[in-house]
Design a protein around this ligand. Structure first.
Ligand SMILES: Nc1nc2c(ncn2[C@@H]2O[C@H](COP(=O)(O)OP(=O)(O)OP(=O)(O)O)[C@@H](O)[C@H]2O)c(=O)[nH]1
Length: 219
């Protein structure tokens, strides 16, 4: 079951005249069980960390003010299916134009699953004719350093090799990490729309460089 929810904007934003703003992006949040997909999504939408979330699949419609205008988008917080691990359904792929792949830095299996899902997304989108697919890889639970089994470098290199963005965050500890992840992905979705017209932009180069050398701290 997928629950549809509409949230208020988390920055003050007025409805555009003539009705609600048009949904400009569909964001799919994927990852293994219990890595913090809901924690990340709820943190972004409400600024809060509530600890336990149940495992209901939800689609949220949300709007933010960016660059002086309202941007409305949907977020599908998925539940990992044990049966179809590593696979992203055709329905989800068709729906989404931006992906957030979450793993836990304390759970190597979740990192391996994120790698499989990344490859699955790239292959199927390429087959459908989309070259540039906005994806952000997120290593969550950064507060649990003592239980870390996936290094930052591994995450960063996987992101670099698949032309994805990369952040390590703690949804439990701060709001800022979640905010940066969603805003960066919205930027990537916007860039991907115009990239048909442009060659690889300076943003893409900067993003790749920072995936290798920088952005250790995102919060
Ligand atoms: N320490 C720590 N715990 C976290 C963090 N994010 C989520 N959790 C915890 O991890 C557990 C799973 O979080 P969820 O957000 O439900 O994970 P999920 O991926 O949505 O889980 P499913 O949808 O059931 O697969 C919960 O107990 C959260 O409180 C984090 O950044 N740090």
């Amino acid at each position: 079951m997928v629950v549809q929810l509409s949230t208020g904007s988390h920055q003050t934003s007025k409805m555009s005249e003539g009705g609600p703003p048009k949904v400009e992006a569909n964001i799919l949040v994927l990852g293994a069980e219990k890595v913090g997909k809901s924690a990340l999504t709820v943190r972004f939408l409400t600024r809060r960390f509530i600890g336990e979330y149940g495992n209901i699949e939800s689609v949220y419609t949300h709007s933010v003010t960016a660059g002086g205008r309202d941007v409305c988008f949907s977020i599908w917080d998925t539940v990992c299916s044990q049966v179809r691990e590593g696979w992203v359904s055709e329905k989800q792929l068709r729906w989404a134009n931006g992906f957030i792949l979450v793993y836990s830095i304390c759970d190597r299996a979740s990192f391996n699953l994120a790698r499989q899902q990344l490859q699955c997304i790239r292959q199927l989108k390429k087959r459908g004719g989309s070259e540039k697919v906005p994806v952000i890889l997120v290593g969550n639970k950064r507060d649990l350093q003592h239980r870390r089994t996936v290094s930052s470098e591994e995450g960063r290199l996987l992101a670099l090799s698949t032309d994805s963005g990369f952040f390590e965050i703690s949804a439990a500890e701060t709001y800022h990490g979640a905010l940066v992840v969603f805003h960066e992905l919205l930027d990537m979705v916007r860039d991907s729309r115009s990239s048909g017209k442009k060659a690889v932009g300076i943003r893409g180069i900067v993003r790749s460089m920072s995936a290798v050398f920088g952005r250790r701290r995102t919060e």
